[in-house]
Design a protein around this ligand. Structure first.
Ligand code: XMP
Length: 517
């Protein structure tokens, strides 16, 4: 396996993505956790140093342990990773002073025969130069002994450097980002020369995961909170395959689900998978507690607290469970390296079952901890989950509560469910569902005047939201055509009593968030 040492770049996860796409297994670990003992235990076959916001001159600048250079494995340093490498191996780094470079740059070849650059510079383009993405303040001013230059850009004379005999490679740009079009090729060459065969497949992952679950759990009982979302569904099916009826799922219906959702989830898991499943219909409890609440954070916290109470109550029925299964994904567990020096601002309190394992004395089973979202989908396909389930848009734990700004009422929820169903039906009919990361309707806390069939209406306004995204962290609004929006608005107003006006939300994230609350 390959080790990525994280020095705090915003795009470290993209490095992991590029490697996974090459079927190479890798893990990201923050620089301050990587010491000699860690390296000995991890035994990486190759190492990548990520970029990072720091300067090697800063007091306490992040550094790898010097032993990493004595492991005898290939190392690739990126941006700050390059500067660290030069700094540690006897080169020189200088502060910016007018040579900072941000954005597009072009690298031209210098020297030849470097395996890392096989098929990289295309002799048919102007002087074989290649577009790359730079983002650096400091730069290398003298390369370390043993290194040679293989590519230069106007502001980075050491854009590509290497010591081929030791298999140390260092680049000033970011090959992992989209704006370095041939970046993937560079990673492909790197893993090839490190001896990876690219044979890490979902089938292999599934078998290994099943073996690990059996080993961890033994003959103990496991409970799993099933939301009907892709992550918890895939985790449940995988664990069920590993330990059968030692697993019981608890599906908490908080009355904030979409049209027909509870039935779909329960039928699918009980009938198709024959899985022990508790359907906890607790809508009265949740909606009662939310009555009169309009503050988004209070809504979220109320739902989170009740969810834990209800889950705990029903889990007790299972009797003697020792483990709690969760569909935690890799992006949730990567310890990100923060240089901000202070606690980050809470934008939203995400609802999850945090705190539950300690409270109930349970240990965690998290078989998806190493996977990215699309890999979870691939695993779901491997496990035979229906495509319609795997491709579902994400749905937040607090459900429709956060799509109903202001006070939540049964009437509003009812209108919202119907309107959302028409909207999603439109998206499916136009073949757009899979192009969109997430789409939903939200009912706005206002009524507006309209005229329908010669009569006056005074009904709710609806906001439609659709975004594209890779990971939900940033998002763009989806560019529907005017025809689509017009047709959808007409259908919703005709088919859903209680709505007489429809808006389309064209805010990206940032500055907006995906959900309205
Ligand atoms: P925001 O609104 O923060 O949402 O831009 C980003 C993604 O996270 C989902 N989301 C949640 N998921 N519990 C969840 O499981 C939550 O409390 C929660 N809040 C937001 C949201 O649907 C989007 O996909």
């Amino acid at each position: 396996r390959l080790l990525i040492i994280d020095f705090g770049s915003q795009v470290t996860q993209l490095i992991a993505r590029r490697l996974r796409e090459l079927n190479v297994y890798c893990e990201i670990h923050p620089f301050n956790k990587v010491d000699d003992a860690f390296l000995a235990e991890f035994a990486p076959k190759a190492v990548i140093f990520s970029g990072g916001p720091s300067s090697v001159f800063a007091p306490g600048a992040p550094m790898p342990p010097q032993t990493v250079f004595t492991l005898g494995v290939p190392i690739l340093g990126i941006c700050y990773g390059q500067q660290v490498m030069m700094h540690c191996l006897g080169g020189l780094v200088e502060r910016g002073h007018g040579t900072a470079e941000f954005g597009r740059a072009y690298v031209t070849p210098s020297g030849s025969g470097l395996a890392l650059l096989d098929g990289w510079f295309d002799p048919n383009t102007t002087a074989g130069r290649e577009q790359v993405w730079m983002s650096h303040g400091d730069h290398v001013s003298k390369i370390a002994p043993g290194f040679e230059v293989f590519g230069t850009s106007p502001n980075a004379p050491f854009a590509i450097t290497a010591d081929p005999s030791r298999h140390f490679y260092a680049v000033q740009f970011h090959p992992e980002v989209h704006h370095t079009p041939k970046g993937a090729k560079l990673y492909e060459n790197f893993v090839k020369l490190a001896g990876f065969k690219g044979d890490w497949t979902m089938g292999a992952y599934r078998d290994e995961a099943i073996r690990k679950i059996r080993e961890q759990v033994g003959d103990a009982k496991v409970i799993c909170g099933l939301s009907g979302g892709v992550d918890s569904s895939v985790a449940a099916v995988l664990i069920h395959e590993a330990i059968g009826d030692q697993l019981t799922c608890v599906f908490v219906d908080h009355g904030l689900l979409r049209l027909g959702e509870a039935e779909q989830v329960v039928t699918m898991f009980r009938d198709n998978y024959n899985m022990p499943l508790i359907h906890a219909d607790e809508s009265e409890l949740f909606l009662g507690a939310l009555e009169g609440v309009s503050d988004p954070e209070i809504k979220r916290k109320t739902i989170g607290r009740l969810f834990i109470d209800v889950f705990q109550k029903h889990a007790t029925e299972v009797g003697g469970a020792k483990f709690l299964a969760q569909g935690t994904l890799y992006p949730d567990v990567i310890e990100s390296v923060s240089f901000s020096g202070g606690p980050s601002v809470t934008i939203k309190s995400h609802h999850n079952v945090g705190g539950l394992p300690e409270k109930m004395g349970l240990k965690l089973v998290e078989p998806l901890r190493e996977l990215f979202k699309d890999e979870v989908r691939a695993l779901g396909r491997e496990l035979g989950l229906p495509a319609s389930f795997i491709g579902r848009h994400p749905f937040p734990g607090p459900g429709l509560a956060i799509r109903c700004p202001g006070e939540i009422t049964v009437e509003k929820l009812d209108i919202l469910r119907k309107a959302d169903a028409v909207y999603i039906d439109q998206i499916r009919k136009h073949g757009l569902y899979d192009d969109i990361w997430q789409a939903f309707a939200a009912i706005l806390p206002m009524r507006t005047v309209g005229v329908m069939g010669d009569g006056r209406t005074y009904d709710f306004a609806l906001a439609l939201r659709a975004v594209t995204s890779v990971d939900g962290m940033t998002a763009d609004y989806y560019p529907f055509t005017h025809d689509f929006l017009g047709e959808t608005s007409t259908r919703i107003i005709n088919e859903v009593p209680g709505i007489n006006r429809v808006f389309y939300d064209c805010t990206s994230k940032p500055p907006g968030t995906i959900e309205l609350e």
